[in-house]
Design a protein around this ligand. Structure first.
Ligand code: ASP
Ligand code: MG
Length: 467
């Protein structure tokens, strides 16, 4: 018989106070069943932001009060939810607080660098991880904490680690699976990892989702079934942003590819990379609302037959973007022009949301985040090639992006036509358009003032508010 393993991630709001901790117990009892369990806590809500602010202001300020406040918040919860373990938990908190205080004084001496920031940022999960371990043990669930940095190995940056999945999986086989097989539950703090230099790093904001799916990847073998439950304070993925479309509803089933499109498109709900490890091993991922436990409204991300469910799954709007167009006859038939432009953006660390180039080749349009606009344009102007009088650079900061997502678009002709005529019939002008060759997504640029109406028009056209 196959063993069943469940990885449950608890978002920060699911750990915000003593009452929430009792909800964690309920989630484990009702959704863990007889399975082997790995539990991944985020930092208590708001703590990561506080830590980042502290790291940034450590040069100027003494932060004793802030430090005390964070520690106090954890101890207050412990006082409500722990009995005999309380004093050893407080000892552990004191030791971790010392470590954090030391890191902050290093910032004062050396200035802030990515290594120190990553180390400081991860303390929220270190605190919540220990608290969760104590809490579960006191409630009769035999639990051991395994440090994330001992198993999740990543390369790349300190702040956006990319995991080495096979190396990590080997660590999970060595350090986690034997505990599970002995009937012990395992807590692994979210967000934290170790990089190739052996230093503590983090997986990017919202990284606990990623922790959960990375662990699931390592836990899945021929003898096991694995599933991930991400407990959050929302029901799941929606057919549209609720601020633009009040009739948006929960998407109950969605494929990895579609959900990734939505995550990439800034649905803050999921870490953009977290579905990749799950997809590689066909592990289903459920997004559930911690505050509506037991509800049927939740999202399952899996290998569902994509096209069958519906042609268009969701439409999403993004407002804080700018459109940069580089144009000039000098670009026509000159290989390497796009590469030059992208290199400039890459060097400036500007994230590109959409690209389109007309086949006449005399312009390339990029959509980027508004905050990056001045930096991007400045860098393009400075470059030898684009800075010449042969090329015109045009910036429009009054635009929004609309992304239409659905795997069924691939095999169904006429979807783009329906999207365009839905907008046209409401008098909305399309300023640029792009479709990825995966055909999972059509992205359009419209005036920002039309953004809401555009989302609604497409939501209506594909009847997304009907089940
Ligand atoms: N605590 C980290 C953050 O706020 C990671 C997470 O919550 O997933 O970004
Ligand atoms: Mg968080």
């Amino acid at each position: 018989m196959r063993v069943s393993r469940v990885v449950m991630k608890f978002g920060g709001s699911c750990l915000r106070d003593a009452g929430a901790f009792n909800g964690v117990l309920r989630a484990i009892r009702e959704y863990g069943g007889e399975s082997q369990l790995v539990l991944v806590p985020s930092a208590l809500s708001g703590v990561t932001d506080q830590l980042i602010n502290m790291a940034r202001s450590a040069i100027k300020n003494k932060l004793d009060d802030e430090l005390d406040l964070i520690v106090k918040r954890h101890i207050e919860i412990a006082e409500e939810v722990l009995g005999q373990g309380r004093s050893s938990f407080i000892e552990r908190m004191k030791a971790m607080k010392e470590e954090l205080a030391k890191a902050l004084s290093r910032v004062r001496l050396e200035g802030l660098n990515d290594a120190l920031l990553a180390f400081i940022e991860g303390f929220g999960e270190r605190f919540s991880g220990v608290l969760l371990e104590f809490f579960l043990n006191e409630n009769g669930l035999k639990t051991t904490l395994v440090e994330a940095e001992d198993i999740i190995v990543a390369f790349n940056s300190y702040l956006n680690g990319l995991p080495l999945l096979e190396e990590t999986a080997a660590n999970i086989r060595d350090k986690v699976i034997p505990l599970l097989n002995d009937g012990v539950h395992v807590v692994v703090p979210g967000f934290i990892c170790r990089n190739a230099d052996g230093k503590i790093a983090v997986l990017g904001r919202g990284g606990s989702d990623f922790t959960a799916t990375i662990l699931a990847y390592g836990l899945k073998d021929e003898k096991s079934n694995v599933k991930v439950i991400l407990w959050k304070d929302v029901d799941g993925l929606l057919t549209a942003n609720p601020e633009y479309e009040e009739n948006a509803r929960i998407i109950r089933e969605i494929s990895y590819a579609e959900a990734k499109e939505l995550a990439f498109f800034g649905a803050k709900l999921l870490h953009p990379l977290c579905l990749i490890p799950a997809e590689r091993k066909s592990i289903s991922v459920e997004i559930r609302n911690f505050w509506r436990m037991g509800s049927d409204d939740f999202t399952v991300i899996s290998n569902v037959v994509e096209a069958k469910v519906s042609v268009v799954k969701a439409v999403s709007g993004m407002k804080d973007v700018a459109m940069v167009t580089v144009e000039g006859e000098a670009m026509v038939s000159r290989p390497g022009t796009a590469a030059k432009l992208f290199k400039i953006m890459g060097d400036e660390n500007v994230n590109i949301r959409m690209i389109s180039q007309s086949s006449s080749e005399n312009n390339i349009t990029l959509v980027i985040d508004s905050v990056d606009k001045d930096r991007a344009v400045e860098a393009i102007r400075r470059s030898n090639f684009f800075g010449s009088h042969w090329i015109k650079i045009n910036v429009e900061d009054d635009v929004g992006l609309v992304s239409v997502v659905g795997a069924g678009m691939k095999s169904t002709p006429g979807i783009a036509a329906r999207v365009c005529s839905a907008l046209g019939s409401r008098g909305i002008n399309i300023r640029a358009i792009a479709q990825g060759s995966s055909e999972l997504n059509i992205t359009l640029v419209v005036s920002r003032k039309d953004l809401k109406e555009a989302v609604k028009a497409i939501h209506d056209e594909f009847k997304l508010s009907e089940r």
